[in-house]
Write a protein that binds this ligand. Structure first.
Ligand SMILES: Cc1cc2nc3c(=O)[nH]c(=O)nc-3n(C[C@H](O)[C@H](O)[C@H](O)COP(=O)(O)OP(=O)(O)OC[C@H]3O[C@@H](n4cnc5c(N)ncnc54)[C@H](O)[C@@H]3O)c2cc1C
Length: 385
């Protein structure tokens, strides 16, 4: 087992916090540099599959995250815009935990000492070989170094640019709108409604709240609408209840509108004294709801690797070998699912009616059966699925 070292984590999103929790659990000193003025997550709901819940158990935050969420079947209930059900969710489908992103982030942040979180720190360059970063904070330019630099700085990662210059994410031709309807939302049954080229999903959140999303084609990125809620209503005009009620109950200014991007496979997750993790390493479209789950897995595997190997190069080589094939497989599967939904809509709706439940479950479970490595000193996983 390696002796504990020091790490600088660039980015304090879900991936960065997973890395920080894991590395601290194996005795490392960790500093998280986050460009935002405070550590928080905006955004709406998030589905956590059993693979991520097991990983969160290993990071020591499984219980508070479960307490903040509600169990649901994601991608089990499928409807047509008329309201006809192609398939109802079943009790033996794979369940997800639905949480608000802000609640997940808060539960992951809680065990980290305030001194290890450095908000308002924008990293501007990284020296991969030396393990040093330069960052701007409060108008000053500063530098710091560590044994390991973790690039958890998301889709447009600066650390990835240093590692693989020119390797940029690709616009996938769709936009997504999302919102949370706070307590007292219309009663919903978790479902995704499959239009010819667009999908509207609705999932429960704790406290009678609901999370909805719409994915739809977009000719080009960065098109924003003066009234985002009305833009959604236009795109699903005439669709079944309770979509209209949900939109009416949504605070207009709370609707988030983003473009969807995916990253082509990068040649490696490790170079010099740095690793990539989360969206920085394997950003994918949300069609399988696995992006954050994979980032959380990354954090556990990285911690286990540095705990198991005395030599940093061996440790991060092991992290790369374990994480690259799996995350790139999941990202490819998400891209295939997107293509199926958008260009093979009729086949998808036919299949949804006839696929037998065990096969459906096996399909959903192909990425969720993952078991995390045990981190020294943690208790065994407690997930039930
Ligand atoms: C519509 C949609 C729905 C999704 N639904 C799900 C789902 O249900 N389940 C799921 O598992 N995944 C889902 N995902 C994917 C998930 O949101 C991402 O995979 C996950 O949030 C990635 O986390 P991250 O920490 O790697 O990156 P980010 O969340 O992007 O965090 C990166 C952080 O780094 C900071 N940063 C960036 N640059 C710098 C810098 N230079 N210096 C300092 N800080 C910096 C940023 O401010 C940010 O806080 C969804 C994605 C989308 C778009």
């Amino acid at each position: 087992m390696g002796s504990p070292g020091t790490a600088l984590v660039v980015g304090g999103g879900i991936g960065g916090l997973a890395a920080a929790l894991g590395l601290r659990r194996v005795g490392w000193q960790v500093t998280v540099l986050e460009r935002a003025a405070r550590f928080a997550e905006v955004g709406a709901g998030l589905s956590l599959w059993p693979n991520a819940l097991r990983a969160l158990d290993e990071l020591g935050v499984g219980a508070p995250v479960r307490a903040a969420g509600v169990s649901a079947v994601s991608r089990g209930g499928l409807r047509l815009p008329s309201g006809a059900w192609l398939r109802h969710a079943r009790a033996d489908d794979v369940h997800v935990l639905m949480v608000h992103r802000a609640e997940l982030h808060a539960a992951m942040r809680a065990p980290l000492p305030a001194g290890s979180l450095r908000p308002g720190a924008t990293v501007t360059s990284v020296d991969l070989a030396a393990g040093t970063v330069t960052y701007q904070q409060g108008g000053d330019t500063r530098q710091c170094g560590a044994d390991l630099v973790v690039g958890a700085d998301g889709l447009h990662s600066m650390v990835r640019q240093a590692m693989w210059p020119g390797h940029e994410p690709r616009f996938d031709g769709r936009a997504v709108w999302r919102a949370v309807v706070a307590g007292g939302a219309p009663r919903i049954e978790a479902s995704i409604t499959l239009g010819a080229d667009r999908q509207f999903g609705v999932l429960p959140l704790p406290g009678d709240a609901a999370y909805w999303f719409l994915t739809a084609p977009a000719a080009e990125p960065d098109q924003r609408c003066a009234d985002e809620r009305a833009a959604v209503a236009d795109r699903v005009a005439g669709w079944h209840a309770p979509i209209g009620e949900l939109l009416a109950a949504t605070t207009p200014g709370s609707v988030l509108h983003h473009d969807l991007y995916a990253l082509d496979p990068v040649p490696g997750f490790a170079r010099g004294r740095a690793v990539l993790l989360g969206d920085a390493a394997h950003a994918q479209t949300p069609d399988l709801g696995q992006g954050a789950c994979q980032a959380i897995e990354d954090g556990v595997v990285l911690a286990a690797a540095v705990a198991a190997h005395g030599d940093l190069a061996t440790a991060i080589g092991s992290y790369d070998r374990q994480r690259r094939p799996r995350t790139q497989l999941v990202a490819r599967a998400a891209a295939r699912q997107a293509e199926l939904n958008v260009t093979h809509h009729r086949a998808v709706t036919r299949l949804a009616r006839i696929i037998p439940p065990p096969l459906w479950r096996r399909q959903a479970a192909r990425f969720t059966d993952w078991i995390p490595p045990a981190l020294p000193g943690t208790v065994a996983s407690t997930v039930d699925d």
